[in-house]
Design a protein. Structure first.
Length: 185
């Protein structure tokens, strides 16, 4: 687990991208349902009560080229509960995805973006922190109060399948050698 932070000297209303995650390729010809319930749990903190910072989430389906947006599942959306200004505290985020269904094609991937967003008071900033990672056996519960260092998570209602990645012994050897060379040089 690690805490990622953002700070600036700007008080304009904006969203800040902390992390962007791309999935393995989705199996073709499956439906990503429109108007489905989405959930997101993560511990967040803001530097000051006047920073007015909220967790933010965006989910899209991108083509195999990595740039063509096939479907916006959820435009970047802010939670409705500000980050705590004293401690990293769980934030329960729920939203409804865009209304129309989408049928995946070969090479599509989910692109998930997490961050914070807000409109700080005059002379305030976007100072905010998120706790990311996975080193606990317990996921964060669905609440706005937990301070335990549990795993953050995102949930779509759909059960999606992904193209299997097969790593052969030859591939493992090649990857191992490449890592050893990059560390050595």
């Amino acid at each position: 687990m690690t805490t990622v932070s953002f700070d600036d000297a700007d008080s304009t209303n904006k969203d800040i991208l902390f992390r962007q995650y791309a999935s393995l390729a989705l199996t073709a010809n499956q439906t990503i349902t429109g108007a489905q319930a989405l959930k997101f749990q993560i511990r967040a903190q803001q530097g000051s009560a006047n920073n007015n910072m909220f967790t933010a989430l965006g989910i899209r389906v991108v083509a195999s080229d990595g740039t063509t947006i096939q479907k916006t599942v959820l435009s970047v959306t802010r939670d409705n509960v500000e980050g705590d200004n004293a401690v990293l505290k769980n934030r329960q985020f729920t939203a409804t995805s865009a209304a129309t269904n989408y049928t995946t094609v070969a090479g599509d991937r989910l692109l998930i973006e997490i961050g914070t967003g807000g409109d700080p008071a005059i002379l305030q900033n976007h100072d905010s922190d998120l706790r990311i990672g996975d080193n606990d056996t317990t996921d964060l519960p669905e609440d706005d109060t937990t301070t335990a260092d549990n795993n953050p998570w995102i949930e779509l209602t759909d059960t999606l399948t992904f193209v299997a990645v097969v790593i052969t012994p030859t591939a493992v050897k090649f990857i191992s050698q490449a890592v050893r060379r990059s560390v050595t040089h």
